[in-house]
Design a protein around this ligand. Structure first.
Ligand SMILES: [Zn+2]
Length: 69
């Protein structure tokens, strides 16, 4: 669900209030090392802004363009 009029909307119900999670979060990179095995790269990835709905549990993320990654 996109940001509409500067407000993040819940994808399940537009009347639900989305809450901004405090702190920084990341989607880390993984590298496939063999079939079924991946190595996590916690020093590589994308820094995210996280929003969640306290009513239905829906989570929405956006890349945080203000932070370098
Ligand atoms: Zn919701």
């Amino acid at each position: 669900m996109p940001i509409k009029e500067g407000t993040v909307k819940c994808a399940n119900d537009s009347n639900h209030v989305m809450i901004t999670a405090e702190g920084n979060y990341a989607l880390t990179t993984v590298k496939k090392v063999s079939e079924g095995n991946h190595e996590f790269k916690p020093d590589q990835g994308i820094i995210l802004k996280v929003f969640f709905c306290n009513t239905c549990g829906y989570i929405q993320t956006y890349v945080d363009s203000k932070l370098r990654y």
